[in-house]
Design a protein around this ligand. Sequence first.
Ligand SMILES: Cc1cc2nc3c(=O)[nH]c(=O)nc-3n(C[C@H](O)[C@H](O)[C@H](O)COP(=O)(O)OP(=O)(O)OC[C@H]3O[C@@H](n4cnc5c(N)ncnc54)[C@H](O)[C@@H]3O)c2cc1C
Length: 347
Amino acid sequence: MKIKENVLISTLTTMRLGGPARYVIEVESPEEVPAAYDFARDHHLPTFILGGGANTIGHDEGFDGVIIINRMLGIRQAPLSTIIEVMGGEIWDDVVQYTTDRNLTGIEALSKIPGLASAAPVQNIGAYGQEVADALTEIYTYDTKTTSFYTLSRSDLQFSYRKSILNTTEKNRYFVISITLALKQGQMSRPFYNSIERYIEANSLTDFSPQGIREIVSTIRANKLPDPKDKASSGSFFKNIYLNETEAASAEAKGYPVHHGKDGHKINSGWLIEQAGLAGQLLHGMRVSSAAALVLINESATSYDDLAKARDEIRNTVHAKFGYWLEQEPVEIINIHKESSITSPGV
Ligand SMILES: Cc1cc2nc3c(=O)[nH]c(=O)nc-3n(C[C@H](O)[C@H](O)[C@H](O)COP(=O)(O)OP(=O)(O)OC[C@H]3O[C@@H](n4cnc5c(N)ncnc54)[C@H](O)[C@@H]3O)c2cc1C
């Protein structure tokens, strides 16, 4: 395993903020995972599991602990099988490409989501009508509570919108080593997600094979979302608002656009931000994207404080206008002593 000292979190995360982490350990085989946790225990330091840092934000003071990153590579597929086991250090989009190259359907709409395969189940990544939960059958993990290797099935993970037990009830407990996906021969069935349907119609497209959908999604995303290589962001900074029946009826009575899908009733938080007049604005060095108002781009923010001020202004403005509190999507690397003093509701 590789151990590095004093690594700036800004260099490990796509929002490019955050001071030094005391240690960063990159694990390259399952056996190295317990060794990395032993290292942290021997040094009396807390741990944080990081992937590609596309959904994680650092604080200016850094992290007085050990960041552990999965660098294990490889995709296993038995001959003629449509099931693949992916080591968690693989880049997620390479995994999507692997499946579409083999004409397998199941994760093609999740093309171009930045990050590593190991993080995909954590917040149940989703886009354009697919979620990783639709294809994932199990994950192989190191359980830091029992200090043993353990397989969790899809039902154990209790997936819902941007949630699993890995980011809620069992946060920080399991280190994901590999994930298993069950794909299918064939293609996604229609109707596709609205924006895919609109794009197909506008461009008179007829190729809906996994590779065809991958190309469509990649083009739609390239026109809308910042590429982490060029622009610092964490993608969608806020989650969409999910409503129960009564709340949905009351929102519709007020003229808000409520989407009714298989996953429930939702209002697109980007719409709320646009309607609040914030799209395109530069707040404390953070640009509210005019192409996708849910996305905050770090143009010139130099500290976590700048980001927090921009976030709070957006949340307060949307709450004052619509009565909804936006919930932050990216997680933060927080020092233990600070974590217990954070009280801000629903951030
Ligand atoms: C431009 C852009 C577009 C995006 N678009 C989407 C989108 O369409 N849909 C979507 O769902 N997300 C999207 N995201 C968010 C992000 O890509 C996903 O959340 C992705 O899964 C993050 O992967 P990562 O490896 O960078 O995770 P990180 O940010 O490093 O970590 C995310 C979480 O996973 C945990 N984690 C990481 N590795 C492990 C492991 N081995 N074991 C246990 N826990 C682990 C971390 O502790 C953290 O809680 C976007 C982000 C950007 C920057």
